[in-house]
Write a protein that binds this ligand. Structure first.
Ligand code: FAD
Ligand code: DLZ
Ligand code: SF4
Length: 516
């Protein structure tokens, strides 16, 4: 068979579905785009089935759009016969087959893929070019330049710099209304009988993708309703989700950002992370739409603190995590400050635990491939840290289970913010809590087998004794942290008998962690 020759081969990765990229401004007959579903990507960790189906469906829809626009695209499906199942092998075959002269790719967001493509391209006999993905506000090394020579890398200072640089909610050098932070007004528990908005769900038929995945024997976790697939798989759907969020959820976003409930898996969260991380939406347009809604409102229904809280997540945390990733990789991926080595409890894969909060968060994650931030941080992450789980196992779980999980934003949140495995480069203190915090922010405790108020005994909430064991075990490592001073004082003032019984209770729980 005679194949058409192309001058240029351009690789589009599964999380590079940015239809506004300058690559697509004009149609060129000499350019062949390639998108591929490969086992090196599906198998580097066990993913949630919805994550793989979602990425593949979005990739296929993006390919269709490019073709309709007149671009030439070679799309390799997971079970195509001539799929060599790795980027390099497929690229080599295409370069040969189409007599390519130039190979081009956009900067990948993941260190592993960046290294691989760098090595691949450098070894080619043809020339190669690298393009920016034209998605983020910052370049890869902008954060490391900003923090150069500094010893602490706090998100807040970086966020303020972003606000000034991009003139987001600014009046010259001063923040709008003279305040940078509304954390005190935000983060409230949901009042009783509060009526939450339904999440906007899409009912995409992804049966064909799912069938291909099964045929290719890709191992996955979680469940799927492939005929009513709820996540956005096109830019149009992503924009619809954004519009829905702004109208129905943004007015309460900040206030209930940390609230947890059995009534809703999405609360006032946007679930835009999947669309954002695949680049179907740009962070700029998301922020612009939120600010526009605030500026154009007639009825004051969207208070400023809600919008600032949302902008902070995207302009602040998201860009910060990306910058920290590129500043700290590859060493970051093996940091283990507490030398934690325990395996992940078995019930992380099933949700079958008597702890109601974790049961709910894990079952929800298996059902929707989603948990909101505070569930990730203060339920599953909190427990894993208190239980001394190896950060490698924690990372693999988070990287697999969530729709939005890509290493640059997963590992920084998990190993850094949640597990404090970097010794405090990202978080200023470990995010741990006893049952009291979970009780304060949720309704999980009322129907739990365990009693949130009890510290010892068969029904004592495991978070309580594990919390104090953590202080006991890590006193040497953490006692100089000013943010933990009060807790160490409390621990050291406790009656010795109570301390011993808490330690014993926690150790019994840890020895039987799979039965909790
Ligand atoms: P919303 O609450 O609606 O927030 C709006 C947007 O802000 C999000 O879509 C996201 O783009 C951004 N954002 C909010 N918090 C963060 C944050 N801490 N870091 C970066 N961006 C943020 N986010 C991911 O995108 N991928 C991950 O793999 C991921 N892993 C996480 C693991 C742990 C242990 C923790 C604690 C957090 C993790 N996060 C991750 C951050 C955050 O939990 C998710 O971005 C958020 O839950 C996504 O849901 P949403 O779109 O409804 O967010
Ligand atoms: C996450 C993922 C998966 C599961 N599969 C693919 C794939 O088959 N093809 C592809 O191009 N991308 C996939 N991805 C996303 C990549 O892992 C992601 O593009 C890199 O990690 C760079 O961030
Ligand atoms: Fe979770 Fe403890 Fe509350 Fe049960 S009592 S839901 S284990 S915090």
């Amino acid at each position: 068979m005679k194949y058409k020759s192309y001058g240029i081969l351009r690789l589009i990765l599964g999380d590079q579905l940015n239809s506004h990229h300058s690559w697509f401004k004009s149609v060129t007959d000499d350019v062949l785009y390639v998108m591929m579903e490969v086992k090196t990507e599906t198998n580097y960790v066990i993913h949630h089935v919805q994550k793989v189906v979602g990425i593949f469906s979005a990739m296929r829809a993006f390919c269709t759009k490019l073709e309709l626009d007149g671009h030439h695209v070679c799309y390799i499906k997971i079970n195509d016969e001539d799929n060599h199942q790795s980027f390099e092998a497929n690229l080599n075959a295409l370069i040969q087959r189409h007599q390519i002269n130039v190979f081009q790719y956009q900067l990948p967001d993941e260190y592993r893929v960046d290294q691989m493509l760098n090595a691949f391209a450098s070894n080619l006999k043809i020339t190669h070019d690298i393009f920016d993905s034209e998605h983020f506000y910052t370049t890869r090394n902008e954060l490391s330049l900003f923090f150069q020579g500094k010893r602490s890398f706090q998100m807040e200072s970086f966020y303020r710099r972003m606000r000034k640089k991009h003139q987001v909610f600014m009046q010259g050098e001063q923040p709008f209304l003279n305040r940078w932070n509304f954390d005190e007004e935000n983060r409230k528990k949901l009042p009783k009988k509060h009526v939450l908005p339904d999440p906007l769900l899409f009912f995409n038929n992804t049966s064909e993708v799912y069938r291909d995945l099964l045929a290719a024997s890709v191992q996955t976790i979680g469940t799927i309703d492939c005929e009513h697939f709820i996540w956005p798989i096109t830019r149009e759907q992503a924009v619809q989700l954004l519009t829905y969020f702004i109208e129905f959820k943004l007015p309460y976003f900040g206030t209930f950002q940390d609230a947890m409930t059995t009534e809703s898996w999405s609360v006032y969260h946007s679930h835009l992370s999947f669309a954002l991380n695949l680049k179907m939406l740009s962070p700029r347009e998301v922020i612009q739409r939120a600010i526009q809604a605030f500026n154009q409102q007639q009825d004051h229904s969207i208070p400023y603190n809600q919008v600032e809280g949302f902008v902070r997540q995207i302009l602040g945390w998201r860009e910060y995590m990306r910058g920290m990733y590129w500043m700290l990789m590859p060493d970051f991926a093996s940091m283990n400050f507490f030398q934690h080595k325990k395996p992940l409890p078995q019930w992380f894969w099933t949700g079958e635990t008597k702890m109601n909060c974790l049961k709910y968060a894990i079952k929800q994650s298996l059902q929707y491939a989603y948990a909101h931030h505070i569930q990730r941080l203060m339920l599953t992450g909190n427990f894993a840290l208190l239980a001394g789980v190896d950060p490698n196992e924690v990372d693999a779980w988070y990287l697999g289970i969530y729709m939005d999980a890509f290493e640059w934003v997963e590992i920084t949140n998990t190993r850094g913010m949640s597990q404090y495995a970097d010794g405090g480069l990202i978080a200023t203190k470990p995010y741990i809590s006893s049952g009291a915090y979970i009780h304060k922010m949720s309704c999980y405790c009322t129907s739990c087998f365990y009693d949130q108020k009890e510290k010892v005994g068969d029904h004592a909430c495991p978070f309580n004794s594990l919390y104090w064991l953590f202080f006991h075990q890590h006193e040497q490592r953490l006692k100089l942290n000013p943010r933990l001073k009060t807790m160490f004082q409390l621990w050291n003032k406790m009656q010795p008998e109570l301390r011993s019984s808490l330690i014993e209770q926690a150790r019994t729980y840890l020895n039987n962690v799979d039965d909790l």
